[in-house]
Design a protein around this ligand. Structure first.
Ligand SMILES: Cc1cc2nc3c(=O)[nH]c(=O)nc-3n(C[C@H](O)[C@H](O)[C@H](O)COP(=O)(O)OP(=O)(O)OC[C@H]3O[C@@H](n4cnc5c(N)ncnc54)[C@H](O)[C@@H]3O)c2cc1C
Length: 549
């Protein structure tokens, strides 16, 4: 427990909210920001950590909507392409343009000619910047770029751009900005039952999981933004609703670059007609995803041997490598909350569109969609909420303005692009280097915290004492920031969702490092008592692998 959380809980018990949002994934976070920026008194809760659900387990791309081309959904491409540019503009520190090579394969999903034409249409519809438009690559160019690629049947390739994004940080930065606008947010707070007046929902009875205490949240309107849990929540509320979601599981595996030596991101064919990504990041490469119908525990989707075999075979066929289960460094499994469509059983055919369901008691539920379109989903539902509130409260309607709201950490002056960010990073490093911090270490933090890096730098200066090791100082400054500004209540939140260290900086994980992290949480969190061994178990690869199949 920390001061931030204590204050939040006191506020909750004293306030009547306009809007209660259940679910602190990207959908709930987006709604909280939109509502708060329109002046609504909003609260967003999550039963686990923010971003713990699907929103930290995606492919981590802000897409331009290429997949919609296959189904001729041209409007969708236009919409998603525009949204991608907005997300980049508002959070440039965590969204990065990434060249993607699409190798062409004899008997592949698309012919080279069709792919080039399709990508050109896509560039125009999605409003892709000139310097990011697609171009053809010869077989030699593809092989030169990726010497480990299997040349059998290779017919050259096409390069195009996707945007990499730290998904769980997108959630956190959105929530931090929502709080700046006056939103109340609380993680580890589970909605247990609903409260009603005159047959309308008036909020819910919740459990503050950290303190094991009941909390009653009163709100005029309630939105269920619980992603894969949306149907479960609706079923507890009304006896007349039918299941509307079709959950599919998507798995990603992380390998060392020593075992999968690629330097470019690639999107390539798999023999079953699907396509998967291989994306390098620092010293590792992550590969995914699978797409299989799912009906087991929503709280704990795990990686099965079939998932591993499928992804390893796909990579081994595409590249001259021999990966197997023993080479996996880390893995994650997420659930897509897709909208059920009668007659469509193939997960890849299901639409990624979002939908809103309204119950007789006034509960609004939103599901489907993508990380990329979260802002538009939020706008759609807050428009609805506002209209209904305006009838009750006689308040004027306020237009959505999130298009121009920079997320926390994205508060830079002027137009930001890759080059200006490099320049700002250099300036910020100059301000920080007297603490002894190394250039590369600092850069990693700058692209994690963006304009908020100053808070961490100031703390590092405050902690600097003669003889102190700079790495210890910066780790402490980061954990201090995480606990006090990012709603972090455990080292697992910090490691998995604030920093992604086990996935993308696995070389940092050692007994000594985890002991330091644990000790700092004991220092900064009241009543924190977990042991290092418990922490190790929770972040281990074993914890995400299915044991019995
Ligand atoms: C494998 C995979 C890859 C993907 N890749 C991409 C991609 O690259 N780009 C892209 O744009 N999209 C991608 N997506 C889609 C995207 O990740 C999801 O659409 C999005 O994250 C869904 O967010 P959400 O907030 O609706 O759900 P979630 O993130 O799951 O959030 C729901 C939250 O509700 C909380 N909750 C549940 N019950 C309760 C309760 N009773 N009380 C309080 N809280 C509760 C949960 O704890 C959870 O945190 C991918 C999805 C998957 C599965």
């Amino acid at each position: 427990m920390n001061e931030l959380r204590e204050k939040t809980i006191t506020k909750i018990t004293q306030q009547q909210f306009d809007l209660l949002v259940i679910g602190g994934g990207i959908t709930g976070a987006g709604i909280a920001l939109d509502a708060a920026s329109r002046g609504l008194k909003v609260i967003c809760i999550d039963k686990n950590d923010f971003g713990w659900g699907t929103s930290s387990r995606s492919t981590k791309l802000v897409h331009g909507g290429l997949r919609y081309l296959k189904n001729g959904e041209f409007n969708m491409i236009r919409k998603v392409g525009r949204e991608r540019a907005i997300v980049y503009k508002n959070a440039p520190h965590i969204v990065t343009p990434q060249r993607m090579i699409l190798p062409m394969q004899r008997k592949g999903t698309f012919s080279p000619w069709l792919t080039k034409t399709a990508l050109t249409i896509y560039d125009l519809l999605a409003g892709v910047y000139k310097h990011e438009r697609n171009y053809k690559m010869t077989t030699d160019e593809v092989v030169k770029a990726e010497p480990s690629i299997n040349k059998n049947g290779l017919l050259g390739g096409v390069a195009y751009y996707e945007y990499k994004c730290d998904d769980s940080r997108l959630v956190i930065e959105t929530l931090k900005k929502a709080v700046e606008y006056g939103a109340t947010v609380l993680n580890y707070c589970e909605l247990k039952s609903w409260t009603y007046a005159n047959n309308s929902i008036t909020g819910g009875e919740c459990l503050d999981i950290i303190n094991n205490k009941q909390l009653c949240i009163s709100a005029t309107k309630t939105v269920n933004a619980t992603g894969p849990w949306v149907d479960n929540m609706r079923l507890t509320e009304s006896t007349t609703v039918k299941k509307r979601l079709h959950l599919t599981k998507g798995v990603h595996l992380v390998f060392s670059k020593n075992d999968l030596p690629i330097t470019n991101a690639l999107y390539f064919d798999v023999s079953d007609g699907r396509m998967i990504f291989a994306i390098p990041k620092r010293h590792v490469v992550y590969v995914g995803t699978t797409d299989t119908s799912y009906s087991h525990s929503i709280d704990n989707p795990l990686v099965s041997n079939n998932d591993i075999t499928y992804l390893c075979n796909a990579v081994n066929n595409r590249f001259n490598v021999e990966l197997n289960k023993d080479d996996i460094i880390y893995a994650w499994a997420g659930l897509r909350p897709l909208i059920y469509k009668s007659g469509k059983n193939n997960p890849s055919e299901l639409s990624r569109k979002d939908e809103i369901f309204t119950s007789e008691t006034g509960l609004l539920s939103i599901a489907g969609g993508k990380l990329t379109g979260y802002r538009l989903m939020a706008k759609e539902i807050v428009d609805k909420v506002e209209k209904e509130l305006s009838k009750i409260q006689k308040r004027d309607l306020v237009k959505c303005s999130t298009r121009n709201i920079k997320l926390s950490g994205g508060d830079f002056d002027g137009e930001i692009n890759t080059d200006t960010l490099i320049y700002i990073n250099d300036i910020k490093y100059d301000e920080a280097k007297q603490t002894g911090v190394e250039v590369e270490y600092f850069k990693e933090l700058f692209y994690r915290y963006g304009s908020n890096i100053d808070e961490i730098t100031n703390k590092a200066y405050e902690l600097k004492k003669p003889g102190n090791n700079w790495k210890d100082i910066w780790l402490e400054a980061e954990i201090w920031y995480s606990v006090n500004y990012e709603f972090t209540v455990s080292p697992v939140d910090f490691l998995i969702r604030r920093t992604s260290i086990p996935m993308f900086n696995p070389e940092l994980i050692s007994d000594e490092f985890l002991t330091k992290v644990n000790t700092l949480f004991v220092k900064y969190l009241l009543n924190y008592t977990e042991t290092v061994q418990e922490l190790k178990n929770k972040i281990s690869l074993q914890s995400v692998l299915l044991k019995v199949e």
